[in-house]
Design a protein around this ligand. Sequence first.
Ligand code: HEC
Ligand code: HEC
Ligand code: HEC
Ligand code: HEC
Length: 375
Amino acid sequence: MRELGVGQAHTLTVDAGDLLGWRPDVRRHETLLDGIRQIGYDVIGLGDNDFVDGAPFLSDAIRMRKLPVVAANIAMTANSGEIAPPYRIVKKGGLRIGVIGLVSVESFRTMPPSRMKEIAPTDPAETLRRLLPDVRKKSDIVILLSHGGVMRDRELARQFPGIAVIVGSHDRHILHTPIREGETLIVQAGPNGAYTGELILEIDRNKRIRDYRGRLIPIDEHITPDLALQRRIDAYYETPTGLVRQGALHTPDRTPFQGAKSCQPCHQDAYLQWKASRHAHAFETLVLENKNTHPECLGCHTTGFGQPSGYRDTASTPHLSDVQCEACHRMTAGHDFPLPRNPVPPVTPEVCTGCHTPSQSPGFRYEEALSHVKH
Ligand code: HEC
Ligand code: HEC
Ligand code: HEC
Ligand code: HEC
């Protein structure tokens, strides 16, 4: 974000959380956090995903890299409890900017209970009520890094007038221009690092916002990669083993995945039909793209990736590359043995749209697509 002092321009760089991904992976996240340190943010907020490798990991990672994190309403249940200070006052030119970090309690709904035990998020509105007078006293302008989504950001803006800007996150909204709620500007750059946001504030002598301009900038091939960082990222992808820590994931294992070859003896017709389909070549597609070790691709181009006995890598689970029978049939144990067989769950449209998402498979029409799949 860029902010203009009296007659001069200054830049304040912030992020509103979910720096890390939802899949536990310490090595990946250390790489990411090193990159984040290199960017040199002024202030960083936290999101639910940032706790995916555990609060102790996050807390150590922040401390070791001296990251300027703010976390007003989330503490650890162990140790001192503190993950980061609730707010920071950043001085830019003659201006004191108070930046507070908040996370919505609801955003932790999908967090596994073992991880939830480590943290104690509290109500954002309560926290602001307690904190805001203090921050106001110490700053000329207040910015909130809020990890709870646009609806909640609007509510907070209504409830607490006097926050100049809310930098939002979490609900994957791409706001190409800022929203106004009363005097507060709400911005959000959306998910997956596809965009970065720029907000230019013109601030007058009385430290009030006189004018503003906001836009999103796509992070695409026009942006030159940082070579040192690129080398670290390449090194991460070159060592695919250990991408997924066994058992630490959101999805429970239903049954050991066996692969299509194990179904073939009893389901020859289905096997042959499948073998000739695109699903049986989904991994080859990643190989051709040189992306076959990228965890962000494997979930939909292999079978059971992210589940303890699912696809891991070419060396240890070669029988589970591609979108195989069990990706759709979500088998329960005891289908082929013992008798009587356990029923196989029906294949619902949601099974398909789990991978055929609007972004990856635009224009996917279930009825029509089904006719290509039936065997
Ligand atoms: C030992 C033989 C055997 C093996 C191996 C086997 N199945 Fe079956 N499967 C059967 C039989 C028998 C039926 C019942 C067929 C019928 O009623 O027409 C069946 C039925 C099914 C059905 C239809 C739904 C249902 O509940 O009736 C699906 C889907 C299915 N199997 C998928 C698979 C998949 C996927 C695999 C491999 C992971 C597999 N099967 C392995 C024997 C087997
Ligand atoms: C585990 C993820 C996954 C699931 C579940 C899945 N698909 Fe796919 N599907 C893919 C991928 C990946 C491809 C592209 C494969 C390639 O070409 O590399 C694909 C390709 C297809 C294609 C071919 C597309 C084309 O235009 O040639 C059809 C049709 C299709 N899927 C239908 C379905 C239907 C219907 C279901 C549900 C019954 C389903 N898929 C479930 C991942 C999935
Ligand atoms: C959310 C699930 C999902 C993820 C994640 C995903 N894909 Fe796919 N991908 C699909 C589906 C579904 C299709 C089939 C789309 C269609 O034809 O409608 C597909 C198709 C493709 C195709 C076109 C295949 C062809 O020959 O037509 C390529 C290339 C591809 N994916 C590469 C990737 C890469 C690289 C990544 C990681 C950066 C990735 N995908 C991540 C689901 C996914
Ligand atoms: C892209 C998703 C998908 C994949 C991959 C897939 N199936 Fe199916 N299969 C379906 C759908 C959809 C049906 C229709 C029945 C239903 O609604 O459950 C079906 C039906 C079946 C049936 C019962 C109908 C029949 O033909 O008697 C069997 C058996 C079966 N599949 C076995 C397999 C086997 C074995 C494989 C792997 C070699 C496989 N399927 C791969 C989606 C899939």
